[in-house]
Design a protein around this ligand. Structure first.
Ligand code: SF4
Length: 213
């Protein structure tokens, strides 16, 4: 990597391409977003969006989902993968929301992390996209790959990547930036075949034209 990343310019170019970047998981409230994000582990948002309408129709809130028969939850989320574990997380997280948090998805990182199936990525998605609270930066597989390629981190551990991004970015950009990177990762900077020739960031990117990662 010999080109120095110039973050303000990267942000400016991403703003032009993805001005209103936001979470692509369909949801109507914080609970639905929490559940959709838990389901999105090792699964595409597109697939999750196919599964959640039937799930939320049958179990629209935390109390209903907490009382759901495990086998029925497993059936409903089966196609998102790891369905046994995910169904258990859905039920246990719903139970905790109902029992400990008065039926409302909590608004702090600390409390969210007590819910089964919730790590920092999920908590950041919920805080940022449901409550508008910038507690951190979402680091998913796209953000991880792009932050590395763009020279914004040398780390591979998501928590360390998040720390680097939090240090480098203005707090006002924490929520938008990760969604923009996700969109750019899907549209242009794919894992196997980054389209560097068509990429608006190519003049600033240390990995432009270089083979993955
Ligand atoms: S120049 Fe290539 S590697 Fe760099 S962000 Fe664009 S597509 Fe990805």
């Amino acid at each position: 990597m010999n080109k120095k990343p110039r973050l303000p310019e990267i942000i400016g170019l991403l703003k032009k391409s993805y001005p209103g970047a936001e979470c692509s998981l369909d949801h109507k409230d914080p609970f639905q977003l929490l559940i959709a994000t838990i389901l999105s582990a090792q699964c595409t948002d597109e697939r999750v969006n196919k599964v959640t309408p039937a799930l939320f129709k049958k179990y629209p809130g935390a109390a209903a989902m907490a009382a759901a028969p495990p086998a029925d939850l497993e059936k409903l989320v089966h196609s998102t993968g790891f369905y046994k574990n995910k169904a258990l997380s859905l039920k246990e997280a719903s139970k905790a929301i109902t029992g400990k948090f008065g039926g409302e998805v909590p608004r702090t990182m600390e409390e969210l992390l007590t819910l089964r199936g919730v790590a920092r990525k999920t908590a950041n998605v919920v805080l940022g996209s449901a409550y508008g609270i910038a507690a951190g930066v979402v680091v998913d597989t796209h953000v991880k790959r792009l932050a590395f390629r763009l020279g914004l981190t040398k780390e591979t551990d998501p928590e360390k990547i998040e720390r680097d991004l939090m240090k480098a970015l203005p707090k006002s950009g924490w929520i938008w930036f990760s969604h923009a990177l996700v969109l750019h990762g899907r549209a242009v900077c794919g894992a196997r075949t980054p389209l560097c020739g068509d990429c608006p960031l190519k003049k600033l990117c240390p990995r432009a034209g270089v083979t993955p990662p």
